[in-house]
Design a protein around this ligand. Structure first.
Ligand SMILES: [Zn+2]
Length: 160
């Protein structure tokens, strides 16, 4: 059976700023109101016959959304971003000839090469898996879609 969680209706959303370094139009800092959809496939089991507990699954994804919400998303493994000084309050970095200095509290640093919808989908699925693994063994696959607003998103599936 497949459990479907629709991010708009289940309120799995976050707003964040990002940039895609050296991309013609997406290279400038801009924002999206992201929506995260999820599906969990597996056998029903346990006392309640659940595939996955909706509340638990939503809670995990909501926590990831909260971490990214109202932040500038910075991909730490990007080849083009040249990180400079970092003190307790701010970080400086260059992208080509552009110089940035941002307050640390405004940033969310992610272990990714990019903050494209594709990379964010990979991040969400790995984080979701990490927290699900301990609490639920009945799931055979997870699907996550990270939408940059309504109507365009990146979906990824992970077999467990
Ligand atoms: Zn964008």
């Amino acid at each position: 059976m497949i459990i479907v969680i629709n991010g708009i209706h289940a309120n799995l959303r976050f707003s964040a700023a990002h940039m895609i370094p050296l991309h013609e139009s997406c290279g400038v800092i801009h924002g999206h109101s992201y929506i995260v959809d999820a599906q969990f496939e597996g056998e029903r089991s346990g006392k309640h016959g659940f595939v996955v507990d909706f509340k638990k699954a939503k809670g995990i994804i909501k926590d990831i959304c909260s971490k990214l919400d109202h932040k500038v998303l910075i991909p730490c493994e990007n080849d083009v971003i040249e990180f400079k000084n970092k003190d307790e309050n701010s970080i400086e970095f260059n992208i080509d000839s552009k110089e940035y200095k941002l307050p640390l509290e405004d940033c969310c640093f992610l272990p990714l090469k990019s903050t494209s919808a594709e990379d964010l989908a990979e991040y969400f699925i790995e984080e979701t898996y990490k927290y699900l693994e301990l609490t639920d063994n009945n799931i055979s696959s997870i699907q996550i879609c990270v939408n940059e607003g309504i109507g365009q998103g990146a979906c990824i599936e992970k077999d467990i």
